[in-house]
Design a protein around this ligand. Structure first.
Ligand code: FAD
Length: 439
C-alpha cells in the first residue's frame, strides 16, 4: 500500500514543475532584442517638444544651464533609470554628477550656492524631470524645500553652517511637514516641540517624507507646546529617538525614498531651531516659491513624454506605414505638443511674476494645479500612442504616467491648490466644510 501525500498541494506542485518548460527561469530578453522596431528610452530621444523655441525667452546663462542639465541627464540617468525605478532604489553613485552641475540651492545667493535666476532654476528642474521625475523630486525636496527654508528662515549661523555642504550635495536634506493624520490639513499638525534646558524635545510622526531614509539633515515642523504655533527644527540623522523607514509599494516616483519618520523624545539643541519659523505662515512663504519650481516638474515630464512619442511614432510601423502617418496619431501628438507649449508659457510667466516680486500664493497654486492637470492629459494620450509599450517603463511614458500621479498630489493636491486660488479671487476660504444644515 502506498501512503498518499498528506499535503495535496505538494502533489500539485510536483506535477506543475514537470510541466514547466526548461527555459522558464531564463532572464527576459533585452528590450532591444524583444522589440527591435523602436528605440527604448535608455537612449533618450532628441528634444522635439520645444516647438515655440522657448530658448528665445531665456538669457544665455539660462540656456547654458538648460543644455548642461539635459546632457547630464541623458548621459547619466537615462541608461539606468528603468532599472532603479523597477527596484525602487536610489542611484547614490550619480549624486556627484548632480553636484558637478552646481544647481543645488538654486536661487540662493552666497553660502556656496549658485544664485541662479528663478527661470534658470526652473528650467534646470524641468530638464531633470524630462528624463526622470524621481530625480527632480529628490532634487527639489533637497534644494527648493529644505535649503530654501534654511535660507529664508534660518539664522546667519545656520546658513553658514549648513548651506555650503548642502549646495555641494556633500550632505542631503529632507523637509518634513506632512503627518499620518494631517496631509492637506497640514497646519493642524500635532508633532510637538517642548522647550527644555538648552533646546527642545520633539515627539510625533511624519509621513511621505522624500529623501528621509538617508538624509543627513531633516527639517522638521512641530507645534511649540508653549505658543501652540508651528516652529521648524534641523534634526541630524542618527539623533537618539529618531527613525526613518522607507514606504514600500509605491506606483510612482519609485526611485524617491519616501519615509515614515518617528520622533520619540528627540533632543534638538537651541542652535538648531530654525530662527524665523514662528507660525504656519512662515512655511507657506517657502511653499509658495517651491510651488513655482514644482510646477516645472510636470512641464519637463510632459516634454519627455512628447519627445518619446514623437520618435516612437516614426519608428513603429503598422499597416505598412509608420504610426506617425495616421491622422488619429497626429491629432493626439499635436494635442500633446500644444499642451506642452502652453504649460511652458504659464511656467515662464510664474517665474517672471516671482522675479518681479508680484507672485501671490494664488498665482503659484493656479500654475501648479493647471500645469499638472494638462500634464496628466498629455501622459494619458502618450500612453495610448505607444500601445502595449505604453505600459513598459523601458519606453519612458508608462513611468512618467505613474510618476505624475504623486506630483498631482504633493505640494498641495490639485483640489487644495484650486481652493488657494479660489480664496484669493473670491475672498472666501472654502477649505472647511460648510456648517451642517439642520434639515
Ligand atoms: C510621493 C510623495 C512625496 C511626498 N513628499 C513629501 C515631503 O517630502 N514632505 C512632506 O511634508 N510631504 C510630502 N508628501 C505629502 C504630500 O504633500 C501629501 O500627500 C499631500 O499634501 C496630500 O495629503 P494626503 O496624501 O494626506 O491626502 P488628503 O489630505 O487625505 O487628501 C485626500 C483627498 O481629499 C482631498 N481633500 C482634502 N481636503 C480637501 C478639502 N478641504 N476640499 C476638497 N478636497 C479636499 C484632496 O484633494 C485629495 O484628493 C509627499 C507625498 C507623496 C505622495
Amino acid at each position: 500500500m502506498t501512503l498518499s501525500n498528506p499535503n495535496p498541494d505538494d502533489n500539485d506542485n510536483a506535477t506543475m514543475k514537470k510541466k514547466i518548460p526548461s527555459y522558464f527561469h531564463s532572464p527576459p530578453l533585452h528590450v532591444s532584442l524583444a522589440f527591435p522596431q523602436a528605440t527604448p528610452a535608455s537612449t533618450f530621444p532628441p528634444c522635439a517638444s520645444d516647438y515655440f523655441q522657448f530658448d528665445d525667452l531665456l538669457t544665455p546663462d539660462e540656456q547654458a544651464i538648460r543644455y548642461k542639465v539635459r546632457q547630464c541627464m541623458e548621459k547619466n540617468i537615462a541608461p539606468i533609470m528603468t532599472q532603479y525605478w523597477e527596484k525602487a532604489e536610489f542611484p547614490f553613485h550619480v549624486i556627484p554628477k548632480f553636484a558637478e552641475l552646481r544647481i543645488a540651492g538654486g536661487t540662493i545667493k552666497g553660502y556656496g550656492c549658485p544664485g541662479l535666476s528663478v527661470t534658470g532654476s526652473a528650467v534646470a528642474a524641468a530638464e531633470i524631470a524630462r528624463v526622470d521625475a524621481s530625480c527632480s523630486t529628490f532634487f527639489l525636496v533637497h534644494s527648493s524645500l529644505a535649503m530654501l527654508t534654511i535660507a529664508l528662515c534660518g539664522s546667519e549661523a545656520q546658513k553658514q553652517k549648513y548651506l555650503p555642504s548642502l549646495a555641494q550635495l556633500k550632505t542631503i536634506a529632507c523637509w518634513a511637514l506632512t503627518e499620518p493624520d494631517y496631509g492637506s490639513d497640514a497646519s493642524a499638525l500635532k508633532t510637538t516641540a517642548t522647550k527644555v534646558e538648552g533646546g527642545w524635545i520633539l515627539d510625533g510622526q511624519k509621513r511621505w517624507i522624500g529623501n528621509s531614509t538617508f538624509a543627513d539633515l531633516l527639517v522638521i515642523f512641530a507645534r511649540n507646546t508653549t505658543t501652540n504655533q508651528i516652529n521648524g527644527y534641523i534634526v541630524k540623522k542618527d539623533a537618539p529617538g529618531l527613525t526613518a523607514t522607507k514606504i514600500d509599494n509605491k506606483i510612482g516616483l519609485r526611485i524617491v525614498q519616501n519615509g515614515d519618520i518617528v520622533l520619540r523624545k528627540v533632543f534638538v539643541p537651541e542652535e538648531d531651531r530654525i530662527a524665523e519659523v514662528n507660525s504656519f505662515q512662515d512655511t507657506n512663504k517657502v511653499l509658495a516659491v517651491s510651488r513655482v519650481m514644482v510646477a516645472w516638474q510636470p512641464i519637463g515630464l510632459s516634454m519627455g513624454i512628447y519627445d518619446m512619442c514623437h520618435r516612437y511614432l516614426k519608428e513603429r510601423k503598422q499597416f505598412g506605414a509608420p504610426l506617425a502617418a495616421f491622422q488619429i496619431s497626429q491629432q493626439k501628438l499635436v494635442q500633446m505638443l500644444s499642451n506642452v507649449q502652453a504649460m511652458i508659457l504659464v511656467g515662464w510667466r510664474l517665474c517672471k511674476l516671482y522675479e518681479s516680486g508680484k507672485l501671490t500664493p494664488g498665482h503659484a497654486s493656479l500654475g501648479k494645479s493647471w500645469i499638472s492637470l494638462r500634464a496628466r492629459e498629455t501622459a494619458s494620450l502618450g500612453r495610448e500612442l505607444l500601445g502595449g509599450n505604453g505600459i513598459l517603463a523601458d519606453f519612458l511614458v508608462a513611468k512618467a504616467f505613474c510618476d505624475l500621479e504623486p506630483i498631482y498630489t504633493f505640494e498641495g493636491t490639485y483640489d487644495i491648490n484650486t481652493l488657494v486660488t479660489g480664496r484669493e479671487v473670491t475672498g472666501f476660504a472654502s477649505f472647511k466644510p460648510a456648517p451642517q444644515s439642520r434639515l
